[in-house]
Design a protein around this ligand. Structure first.
Ligand code: BGC
Length: 428
């Protein structure tokens, strides 16, 4: 095995982000937020959600559709108020089953995809037709909204490619599919992004929650914007922060972007989210080992490589051998584990910088207040090194103020938030 140590050192240096660079990123992010909010050219879309924070008084019986990754879930939820709720029934299915069906590839149509969603909804209500069900929809893609119902998909992300959905009002597509199934008693009333759902769920349960984030297959953050100048009514803003375009890419990030479904788009997401972290490693490793083609690592492989705490690193060795066909000695295994750790740490540090930018924007020059940041997603929840690096980076960025920022895992958000949005919409 020939490992190019010079290339390795270069890659490691390139993936490392100093505290100074981090501060600059936080400042750039804050500036982009401001530009995006005022309609100037910016890489943050700053989409209005038309959702307010819940009051805690939301009660009733709702359906929640959680559609945003490869797994779709439908929940029948009873809201009891003050953060309390009950799941009556839950169904879930993947949008793609290798060799059987695939609703997210470029050959799939909107009709096929939404018929599949309608079928899952119908299964959740046991095909009952005599009751009316109001449905909240967590749709986790950039959408232009004109109110809580009307959300038009701007563009697919996360390598989704289904035809006929971009540019459409997604709840209209859903309504049509429900009608085709004869389930007109299910009425979609609200659409929110998953970040917004996470924030609504957090605010239903905790005081001072103003920032909601997803750190999973995709990565994105929303926050409650109060429009201090009174120019607009306060609302939650879906920033589509995965589109942030002011980060310094390595040559491996450039390659991933070039070969992705949407080159030029979602530049931050392609550097930090679970959909891409394994790929980044695969590109870097191929370069270090002198191969033309990237190796296919997933973020689960990456987690397993860094989690291996055995002295001989035999678990990491097995994954690396399977993917590259190479055997590595103990020293090399250490280096390769280290490389995986640095790629993960970079991701967490970038995300932390965006949080610091939002916290400062919200403080608007005044003192930073005690607050909660709600995060949902497998990368935050399960990937080793992520939570600790996020915390460490926030300490470096915010100094003493970091103690006022309480990050917590809100992993019921996507469904609970959708039910809350439906409740709010029904009460209007
Ligand atoms: C989408 C966002 C979403 C995020 C997390 C991104 O690819 O553009 O709308 O919030 O993934 O699911």
């Amino acid at each position: 095995m020939t490992m190019d140590k010079k290339k390795y050192d270069e890659a490691l240096a390139d993936f490392s982000i100093s505290d100074e660079e981090l501060q600059q990123i936080a400042a750039d992010f804050e500036a982009e937020m401001q530009a995006g909010l005022s309609g100037k050219d910016a890489t943050l879309r700053m989409l209005r959600s038309y959702a307010a924070l819940p009051t805690g008084k939301e009660i009733g019986d709702f359906l929640a559709l959680d559609f945003g990754g490869t797994n779709v879930r439908v929940l029948h939820i009873l809201l009891h108020g003050n953060g309390r709720y009950e799941v009556v029934k839950k169904t879930a299915k993947p949008l793609t089953e290798p060799g059987v069906y695939d609703y997210i590839c470029a050959e799939a149509t909107a009709e096929e995809m939404f018929d599949f969603l309608a079928e899952l909804i119908d299964e959740t209500i046991d095909s009952v037709r005599s009751t009316t069900f109001l449905l909240g929809h967590t749709f986790s893609f950039p959408s232009m909204q004109t109110d809580l119902y009307n959300a038009r998909l701007i563009t697919w992300t996360k390598e989704f490619a289904t035809q006929g959905v971009e540019g459409q009002v997604v709840n209209d597509l859903l309504k049509e599919a429900l009608a085709r199934r004869g389930a007109r008693n299910v009425i979609p009333v609200a659409v929110i992004n998953d970040t917004v759902a996470t924030l609504l769920a957090a605010a239903y349960k905790k005081p001072n929650a103003y920032i909601g984030s997803i750190y999973a297959t995709g990565q994105n953050t929303c926050y409650f914007e109060e429009f201090a100048d009174g120019s607009e009514p306060p609302t939650v803003i879906n920033m589509e922060s995965g589109g942030f375009g002011k980060l310094r890419p390595t040559k491996y990030d450039e390659r991933i972007d070039e070969t992705s479904e949407k080159p030029g788009a979602q530049r931050m997401e392609k550097m930090v989210s679970g959909r891409y972290l394994g790929e980044i490693y695969g590109h870097a490793l191929a370069d270090i080992l002198g191969r033309d083609k990237p190796f296919s690592f997933t973020s689960i492989d990456l987690s397993a490589i860094v989690a291996d705490a055995y002295l001989d690193r035999h678990e990491a060795a097995a994954i690396l051998e399977k993917k590259t066909g190479e055997k590595f000695n103990a020293l090399e295994l250490n280096l390769l584990q280290n490389l995986a750790g640095v790629i993960i740490a970079r991701s967490a540090r970038f995300v932390a910088a965006t949080f610091a930018g939002i916290v400062r924007h919200r403080a608007n020059g005044a003192a930073i207040k005690e607050q909660h940041i709600a995060i949902d997603g497998s990368v935050y929840e399960k990937m080793p090194l992520v939570a600790e690096n996020l915390k460490k980076a926030l300490d470096a960025l915010l100094g003493d103020d970091a103690a006022k920022i309480h990050i917590f895992l809100e992993n019921t958000g996507s469904a609970l938030g959708a039910a809350l949005a439906a409740a709010v919409s029904a009460a209007r």
